[in-house]
Design a protein around this ligand. Structure first.
Ligand code: MCN
Length: 778
């Protein structure tokens, strides 16, 4: 069954509260008697702490305590957990290096928390941190994954020999080798997916409190959902999750980097317990740069075997992922499963083989960031596809069309065992070509050339798995009727910009016939224990939306007997439509709201123990045109067309906003967002917005977002995820356009970031007959 017109609401329920400044963010919470924390962080990438002296800090008036790794060890805290027990080549387990809430004796990246200073004010805690004297014994550091794997490289953890966390393989090795042997042509491309900092608008914040009477820890935190954070914090403290209460109302952005628990949380809760006072910490933007999880930082090589007609026979992918100094909770999942669950892209190819090495370095750990692996897979694939089309002299759209999985092939099982449920890849491609006036490009390019500009066109036909990585077995929902006729919807999936208050209410409203304005969404309620999956993997609508939809239908069903009772009729004679139960063929009716008020609690629904919904596969075709000014490297997107299949759409305005945001985020990454480490000193060189350009809304000119829905049957809404699709589609699309433009100037290879300086340098080098070879980060 698919949803139809009942979901036509415009605008978002949450907007008024947000726009009036009435939202309560984590740093807006203040608890009675709270103290303030400041984290002393490592200013070097790899060193032993030879001595640590906090006496001057402790002597300052108003300084309450200084906690270190020794206190953490003494309290019996456990190492932070990793999400999935991934196995590598030959069934070898991944190696998870121990990571504690405060490091002990050794630091392994700039920004690593060493000590928590607690004082009567945040400023005082920071002043006191400056009084702490540390003697260091520096160790050699390693910053890039390839250097870290080299013989003789500095070793980060004794338990991870050679710095190799996991050597992952997936797909059909023998079949792929055979395909390459019979190939008429082989195309190969190595490129670098640069490292980024998540940078949500709200910097990370947390307040820890310990309730001694109940032996319960309470954490107010910036979170994408209480479920996994409760598990992770519990594991860190060595207590069952029931002993952890995670509290959050508004969270100002997540983008994946608010999914995991962070070491600071364990230290704050320990401090709260020791002191018998709540301890509040609000990070600065500078701390965000060195202490929030970072993302990507992957070198990939793709190879493609082709027959003489331009059909893809097989593909090999090799990823080298820099996971930072420790393995983050989601660190291995995103660098393995999320690379192979769409391993053949939108193409009908069985012979695909992927290898991925996850490597430790002296940098901030990397984790999920919008797309969480799928944009990397899509980037590796779609750049390779473009390169292949270029090398065989075929139109890149035609090359794609020849190789697409066709409509009649669904459900389509890929070599790694995942199954694409449905789609119309050809229809999506055709629509995007038409909307972007594909055949008129030559004239536009000639027009740009007249103005001295290099015009490039890029295309990507992407696919991604939404609802991948649902770590909890359930998608839970709870619906409660309040006595005033309003309805409370509860879930553990946290809204931090995606508009859940509106869309989940729309789903329930569509079934119950109650206006969405009467619904209130509650997430992360500490006393309402829910294990449902958090916001991530673009699964909220599929998972929680489906749970809400099913729950609402059960409510309607449960109401029939009550309506029969209220209307003094037989249940078989009752029908339900638009919020009213009616005796068929009469005008005698009772509204569901009145019924809920008449029978308190009877129409509430606890939808908890049903299995989670499976993955589904949003896909699309993006086409972008841009112009480069060859004398300055100045670059501007001229037009961008996105045609996406997100299945049934619940709220077009929100979906368009999600696509705009995702596309701009992907384009921003291509154009310059990059976390750059100095290879000698291990310092983050791009630690402020002066050095790290965030994309602005105007980056993508003439953006048109269109849908081409193929409703899925894998969930009752027919919906596919949308939150990450924009990034997955835009990164290869924009880069393919950059390269298409640069080829006119004789540039044969180029990697992100496409900053004016780098573009200008590449054009100049080609002009001088010195085109650059591939090298990471150059
Ligand atoms: N939606 C819809 N119809 C569809 C699909 C989705 O109306 N066919 C609506 C949903 O109901 C929801 C929104 O679009 O209101 C996004 O839905 P979904 O794709 O289910 O994704 P999630 O809500 O689970 O959000 C997660 C996703 C991820 S993983 C990242 S990262 C991300 C993103 O969303 N981070 C964001 N978008 C973000 N947007 C903002 N503003 N801030 C972030 O941190």
């Amino acid at each position: 069954m698919t949803m139809t017109s009942s979901f036509g609401h415009k605008g978002r329920l949450e907007d008024e509260r947000m726009l009036k400044g009435a939202g309560r963010y984590v740093s807006d919470w203040n608890l009675p008697g709270q103290a303030y924390g400041y984290f002393l962080r490592s200013d070097r990438p790899h060193a032993d702490i030879a001595s640590f002296d906090a006496s001057a800090a402790l002597a300052m008036k108003g300084v309450i305590a200084v906690l270190t790794g020794d206190d953490v060890a003494e309290a019996g805290q456990k190492p932070m957990p990793a999400a999935a027990p991934m196995k590598g080549r030959g069934g070898v387990d991944q190696l998870v290096p121990p990571r504690y809430s405060l490091t002990r004796a050794r630091v392994r990246y700039v920004g690593e928390p060493i000590a928590l200073i607690i004082a009567e004010s945040a400023a005082l805690a920071q002043d006191a941190a400056e009084q702490i004297a540390i003697e260091w014994a520096d160790l050699p550091a390693v910053i890039t994954a390839d250097a870290s794997l080299a013989p003789g490289a500095p070793q980060l953890h004794e338990s991870v020999p050679g710095n190799l966390v996991l050597d992952f393989v997936g797909g059909d090795q023998a079949g792929t080798e055979a395909a390459f042997q019979r190939a008429a042509k082989v195309v190969k491309l190595t490129s670098y997916h640069t490292r980024v900092v998540g940078n949500p608008m709200e910097p990370r914040a947390a307040t820890g409190r310990y309730d001694a009477s109940a032996d319960v820890y309470e954490l107010h935190a910036t979170t994408q959902g209480a479920g996994p954070m409760r598990l992770q914090v519990g594991a860190m403290l060595g207590v069952p999750p029931e002993k952890i209460r995670i509290i959050a109302e508004e969270v100002g952005g997540g983008f994946g980097v608010r999914f995991n628990a962070y070491p600071e949380y364990g230290a704050l809760l320990l401090a709260a317990k020791k002191l018998g006072r709540a301890v509040k910490w609000v990070s600065t933007r500078s701390e965000v740069f060195v202490s929030d999880e970072q993302a990507r930082d992957i070198v990939h090589t793709g190879e493609m075997a082709l027959d003489a007609s331009g059909r893809i026979l097989g593909m090999r992918f090799n990823y080298l992922s820099n996971v930072g100094a420790y393995l983050a909770f989601t660190g291995s999942f995103i660098n393995t499963v999320n690379l192979v669950n769409v391993v053949s892209g939108v193409y009908d190819v069985a012979a695909v083989y992927t290898q991925a090495k996850l490597v430790l370095t002296n940098t901030v750990p990397t984790a999920a960031y919008r797309g969480a692996g799928r944009p990397v897979a899509s980037y590796a694939m779609e750049r390779l596809v473009d390169q292949a089309a270029h090398e065989i002299g075929m139109d890149p759209a035609e090359f794609r069309r020849r190789n697409l999985v066709r409509k009649e092939q669904f459900p389509y099982k890929i070599v790694t065992g995942f199954e694409y449920d449905c789609g119309d890849f050809e229809g999506v491609l055709e629509k995007a070509m038409k909307e972007s006036d594909w055949s008129g490009f030559a004239a536009r390019r000639a027009g740009s050339a007249k103005r001295g500009l290099l015009r490039g066109r890029g295309i990507s036909t992407y696919i991604e798995a939404s609802a991948s990585g649902g770590f909890a077995p359930f998608d839970q929902a709870h619906i409660t009727w309040e006595q005033d006729g309003t309805i409370t919807l509860r879930t553990a999936s946290h809204n931090h910009g995606q508009g859940h208050e509106t869309t989940l209410a729309q789903v329930v409203s569509g079934v119950l016939g109650v206006p969405i304005e009467r619904m209130r969404l509650r997430t992360s309620e500490p006393d309402f224990f829910m294990v449902a999956n958090p916001t991530g993997g673009s699964r909220t609508l599929l998972g929680i939306g489906s749970a809400m939809y099913n729950a609402a239908h059960e409510i309607v069903k449960n109401g029939v007997a009550l309506a029969a009772d209220a209307l003094e009729s037989a249940a078989a004679d009752i029908e339900f439509a638009s919020g009213e139960y009616r005796i068929k063929g009469t005008d005698r009716s009772v509204s569901i709201t009145a019924l809920a008020q008449k029978y308190p609690g009877k129409l509430d629904l606890d939808y908890r123990d049903r299995p989670k919904v499976p993955s589904t596969y949003p896909n699309g075709c993006h086409i972008c045109e841009l112009e480069i000014e060859p004398e300055t490297g100045d670059i501007e997107i001229a037009s961008y067309v996105a045609v996406d299949d997100a299945g049934t759409i619940i709220n077009h305005q929100i979906v368009e906003g999600q696509m705009q945001g995702g596309i701009t985020q992907g384009a921003g990454h291509i154009f310059g967002e990059e976390a750059v480490y100095d290879r000698e000193t291990g310092q983050l060189l791009t630690g402020t917005f002066m050095d790290y350009p965030m994309p602005r809304a105007v980056l993508v000119n003439n953006l048109r977002v269109m849908d081409h829905p193929v409703p899925t049957k894998t969930n009752p809404l027919g919906a596919k995820g949308v939150g990450e699709a924009g990034v997955t589609g835009s990164m290869p699309c924009v880069m393919n356009a950059v390269i298409d433009a640069l080829r006119q100037a004789g540039v044969t290879h180029f990697d992100m970031p496409a900053t004016p300086q780098r573009l200008w340098a590449a054009i100049r080098a080609a002009k001088e007959g010195k085109p650059r070879a591939f090298a990471v980060g150059q």
